[in-house]
Design a protein around this ligand. Sequence first.
Ligand SMILES: Cc1ncc(COP(=O)(O)O)c(C=O)c1O
Length: 406
Amino acid sequence: MTTGPSSATGPSSGLAPNARSRRIEASATLSISARAAELAAQGHDVVSLGAGEPDAPTPAPIARAGIHAIERGDYRYTAAAGTAALRRAGARWFGTAFGLDYDHDEVMVCAGAKGALHMALAAIVEPGDPVLLLAPYWVSYPALVSIAGGEPIVLPPVPEQGFVHDAAAIERAAREHGCKGIVLNFPNNPSGAVATRAQMQAIVEAAIATDMWILSDEIYATLLYDGAEHISPASLPGARERTIVVNGFTKSHTLTGWRVSFMAAPKPIIEVCARIQSQVLGNPCTISQAAMLAACEQPLPEEHAMRMRQFEERRAFLLHEINRIPGLRLQAPMGSFYALVDIRQLCDERGIDDVAACEQLLEQHLLAGVPGSAFAIPGFVRLSYAAAMEQLEKGVDRLRAWAEQA
Ligand SMILES: Cc1ncc(COP(=O)(O)O)c(C=O)c1O
């Protein structure tokens, strides 16, 4: 009997990870943050505008609800779809905050928006199904589609249209590729674009005409500027039955590390997703569910208004300062907390791409941003303004120094 070399673990070995998992890349935002942290640990004064995490802490009443849950022993398994109390509170929150009409059994609790997107894609994608993504898209979408066995189809970005695609282009791409679904993300990470009611209506009509699922990631829905309005596709005629909404308090209330979110969808989808979740996760963290219940029950409007004033001030500062730097351009984000800076002119003049530009910014100027390529928008760099004003001031100085260097 012959045996193979016991140390063989390369791609040709039977012990290699499968082809699908090998195609999954590490999150670009997390790797930039890791490099920025490494430089900071070496004593460098890094300005880190890479990660999309609010700088304010989780509001005290919400954090305390988690602490109380531990203290009263409320940390055991829950139902896979979340506690009945939280699902009911979630249904009420979708109604009051966004005018969406869901019953408690059309809402489930997931492990973060990421967890919800994963469950939703696992429920609707057949092997090889094309799923339409609109660039710039949030970094995890292509990987999430691939993990679900689908094929990401990417519509190139339209910065000259304020980053919102024409419904006609969406419909054409959906027909050409036979797309099973489309992922929407307004307010958008990284562009900050918010579709108007008319734009959303037209996109919904394109999805209906091509019989696509709409997976709507609305995690920035309450972070809006200049009177922009958040329109959930699920609120528009004919769309509810084909729309899966993902939302929660991750970004608005810094529930980032708590890993908890909502999915709202027609009941058959929720039932399937709850079954999948019961097998792969069990249930979302019980303690975090208690915190999220507090967030639903006490929306803390003053605290939210204060955070929005901070974001508005930072956004105004970046718009003013960055647009004064020759060769750079920043369109006003209408939602979320990202500045997607157009560096194409300087990249062209210097014969570099956005990845090299971000490397220069980090290694030579100690400013961490994320290259647009990670979001399928090369020639741009994303800076997060979920960071203190002093950091933004330093960040802009460093960006200017990079832009002005010979
Ligand atoms: C558009 C978008 N969707 C989802 C997420 C993930 O949210 P969560 O931390 O709730 O999984 C993020 C986080 O950056 C995001 O920007």
